[in-house]
Design a protein. Structure first.
Lengths: 566, 269
């Protein structure tokens, strides 16, 4: 069979760049493949995908050589518009890809503009495929983040392209929605025979859904292999800062020979004989007794476009003590952000009472509360108000005419590894750098309490680990921290208290042990615990472990004590 | 203090956003919304321009009454009406004060009132027409009367971006508030606080421009892949897109009715 995509000796250099981003790349993709592209930041993943719909070389000028043939068409000889009918591309910042105000209109946009008379049917069919049919008359502002992503997908499906490319589908979604989108992709691949290409950092999704893996490194295809083989190359992947699924890492650490498991189902039989140690951990939630934030019967609503009130928090009661490092978990729309924004005083509750360090939050201006509480936005760009990292970090101190400002800024830049970036515009930094800059800004405000909204979203796993480490180190400088997150590994490593929210209520307030061992709770709140935890639970352990290191450690000790598994 | 707080809570950015969207998209089921955009253009071409050339106070008042009725029928958002009234009063008011200051007397009141009535007729006609057409309809109407696809698309797209931009502006503004330092005292008549907020409101535009420029790149690429250029250059796409636009009976009735009303004004008054 003839491959659907052929890339031959392609070298490409962005205008103004000093070295090529793609370096003599040669690659073929067969029809009906489900391929995941892995690679660190800046390895050329997105650029590779832009070759396929012709944006390169038609849209980006730059030095292009080589040949790309998609579905029998040489991309250099066909227009983007023509090529786009064969290749659909869902961007990472998919929100900017939605161009119409209403759901159905956006789904119709492409077929309508290509002059296809059956545009309405095509749009409806596409919306049905992604499960948005009921939303067809809604405004896009009424959609949740996950639904917007599905709409972006539907809008390209309406052209019925043979190839679908999705750039980091999981980055902005909670685990449940992420799974949903992958199930749809799987259906498109299995039932409709589409060729699917995803750029993905989460190897656990890759293991469950992809058939092939391409590893990119510095503008080059390092390898293309079937998924099982690819994820078994643990050393190579780690060297490229890609973390294989936790079960694979664990098996590799235990020096199991070849053929490492990549999913829990594969791992189970391998570890079947392994039993946990008898010792029972003491679950001890130690927090201080000095309350910093108190919520009493707080309700919060906002008005929707249809002028109806939408209640986000229902009679919420919560006390945050000094020494609390809280992970706030739950689905998108559970009320996590609302809860945090109430503490900043930027929004006010409908009823109930909120006290922040002795101040009535309703009556205190946000400017005043800002000296006690800092809120770090999910999107760091919303915090950048000056034109260089240094000025942004120093803004707060300068406004207060702090005589020590210079020294303090220098210290912060050092702490967050921003010294070399000090004079750059924060908006032009990479995701991880932006995140560090936003943290430096936050710490620079010398708050007692720090609130972070999804601090590890949109980051590749290596950067994620880096940020997690920085956050863990930060604890000493702060009296209390609240992190809203979908990243359960972060929650496990960072928090001493986990609060689970669901539909505007706190449905659980405990520790990682009490959360992850409660199966119905996980189900209800749509949480996915770390894979290694699931494995140890599936093995029937009473005290499952949370990290690969703990799992391997347990295995080693066990092996020493009875010598069976060595 | 209590009142100002309540007032500012009502006047949140969220609220403004909702009003704006409702004004743009929320009037889908009024009589005017069911008319063809061309009807509304023709109607507006008369009521938006001719009042300038009419000096008969009675006719103007007759038209004004007609506009009041249409505005009521179009279910215009109260916020828009308030802004309009403030504008008209401000305009008339400052002219009056000026003329008194430079030696005029109360006799200027009458011509000023005539001017205000003229302005009101034109403004009310504008809001009736433009609030009754959602941006899609407006852009389709413009496309139908021969404007290029790019122009009509920009209008529809501008509206789609409006809430996003407003939200982003709000975020930047809040960041300024949280990291800056508000004046310790409000000052005489809140002067210090007002000056502070006005300054922030202006500063907030700069980061917004930069981040918008960044977003626009994806959008432009996406438009390309969605065939918008193809669509703008092919007449059959335009035909397909505008197939839904038809002058119906009610359009003709409405135009005839308005015409007869104006004729009656001239003849009877």
């Amino acid at each position: 069979m003839k491959p659907i995509i052929e890339i031959k000796n392609v070298t490409y250099q962005y205008p103004g760049a000093d070295k090529p981003v793609l370096n003599n790349v040669t690659l073929t993709i067969e029809k009906g493949e489900f391929t995941a592209i892995l690679g660190g930041n800046g390895s050329g993943k997105s650029t590779l995908c832009k070759l396929i719909n012709g944006l390169i070389p038609h849209y980006y000028v730059g030095d292009f050589s080589g040949e790309v043939i998609v579905n029998g068409m040489n991309t250099a000889e066909h227009k983007v518009a023509e090529l786009s009918r064969h290749t659909g591309y869902v961007y990472q910042d998919f929100e900017n890809q939605i161009v119409s105000p209403k759901v159905l209109e956006d789904a119709e946009f492409a077929p309508l503009h290509y002059g296809l008379a059956d545009y309405r049917e095509r749009a409806l069919h596409a919306l049905e495929l992604v499960g948005l049919l009921e939303q067809q008359d809604n405004f896009i502002w009424q959609l949740s983040g996950g639904q917007k992503h599905l709409l972006a997908l539907a809008s390209i499906l309406s052209l019925n392209p043979e190839i679908i490319i999705i750039d980091e589908p999981v980055a902005q979604l909670d685990p449940q929605h992420a799974k949903e989108i992958y199930e749809i992709l799987k259906k498109l691949n299995d039932v409709h025979g589409k060729t699917i290409i995803v750029i993905e950092h989460h190897t656990e999704f890759v293991a469950s859904y992809a058939k092939n893996v391409i590893l990119m490194n510095k503008g080059d295809v390092h390898f293309k292999k079937p998924v099982k083989e690819a994820l078994n190359e643990v050393k190579t992947l780690l060297a490229h800062q890609i973390y294989p699924p936790q079960v694979t890492q664990a098996a590799a650490d235990m020096e199991m020979s070849s053929n490492l498991p990549i999913t829990i189902d594969e791992a189970l039989p391998l570890f079947q004989g392994m039993r946990e140690l008898e010792e029972k951990k003491v679950i001890n939630r130690h927090t201080g007794d000095k309350p910093l934030v108190v919520f009493e019967d707080v309700t919060f609503s906002y008005k929707t476009i249809t002028k109806e009130k939408n209640r986000v928090l229902h009679d919420l009661n919560l006390t945050i003590y000094e020494g609390d490092y809280i992970a706030l978990v739950g689905n998108n729309g559970a009320g996590k952000s609302s809860l945090m924004r109430l503490i900043t005083g930027l929004v006010k509750q409908e009823s109930g009472h909120i006290e922040v360090n002795g101040n009535n939050a309703r009556k205190t201006a946000p400017e005043h509360l800002a000296e006690i509480v800092t809120y770090i936005h999910q999107n760091p760009e919303q915090m950048f108000i000056d034109d260089s990292v240094k000025k942004d970090v120093g803004f707060y101190m300068k406004a207060r005419k702090d005589p020590m400002a210079e020294e303090k800024v220098a210290e912060l830049l050092n702490q967050f590894e921003l010294v070399e970036l000090a004079d750059r515009d924060s908006r032009l930094l990479s995701g991880g750098q932006q995140r560090r800059a936003s943290l430096a800004i936050g710490v620079g405000m010398q708050p007692k309490i720090m609130l972070l909204d999804e601090p590890t979203a949109n980051l590749d796993i290596a950067t994620r680990k880096h940020i997690t480490r920085i956050l863990v180190d930060l604890k000493q400088q702060l009296q209390a921290v609240v992190i809203a997150t979908h990243d359960m590994q972060l929650a496990c490593e960072f928090a001493n208290r986990i609060i689970v929210m669901h539909e505007g209520n706190i449905i659980h307030d405990g520790t990682k042990e009490s959360v992850f061992e409660n199966y119905t709770l996980l189900e209800k709140a749509g949480l996915t615990p770390p894979q290694i935890f699931e494995l140890s639970r599936s093995l029937g352990w009473e005290n499952p472990v949370y990290t690969v290191e703990a799992f391997v450690e347990l295995y080693r000790r066990k092996a020493v004590s009875d010598g069976v598994y060595a | 203090m209590e009142y100002t707080r309540k007032f500012t809570e009502k006047l949140s950015v969220e609220q403004v956003k909702i009003e704006l969207l409702n004004t743009a998209y929320g009037n889908g089921n009024t009589f005017f919304a069911s008319l063809d955009p061309r009807t509304l253009f023709i109607w507006y071409a008369y009521f938006g321009i001719f009042p300038w050339f009419i000096h008969d106070v009675k006719v103007l008042i007759g038209m004004f009454v007609f506009m009041l009725i249409t505005t009521y029928m179009a279910k215009i958002s109260p916020l828009i009406i308030v802004i309009l009234c403030l504008g008209l009063l401000g305009q008339g008011g400052y002219l009056l004060i000026f003329s008194l200051f430079f030696g005029g007397n109360w006799s200027v009141m009458l011509p000023l009132l005539v001017l205000t009535v003229k302005l009101s007729v034109i403004s009310l006609a504008s809001i009736t027409v433009f609030c009754s057409m959602n941006p899609e309809k407006l852009s389709n109407g413009l496309l139908k009367i021969g404007l290029p696809g790019q122009v009509s698309f920009s209008i529809a797209y501008g509206y789609r971006m409006l809430p996003t931009l407003l939200e982003e502006y709000h975020h930047v503004f809040q960041s300024f508030r949280l990291r800056g330092k508000a004046p310790a005292k409000h000052g005489f008549l809140y002067i210090k606080s007002i000056a502070y907020f006005v300054k922030l409101a202006m500063l907030s535009f700069y980061p917004l421009l930069l981040s918008t420029a960044k977003r626009a790149r994806t959008t432009v690429e996406a438009l390309e892949t969605k065939g918008s250029m193809y669509g703008f250059n092919h007449p059959e796409v335009k035909k397909l897109k505008l197939a839904g636009l038809k002058m119906k009976k009610r359009d003709y009735y409405f135009l005839t009715g308005s015409f007869l009303y104006v004729i009656c004004l001239f003849i009877l008054l």
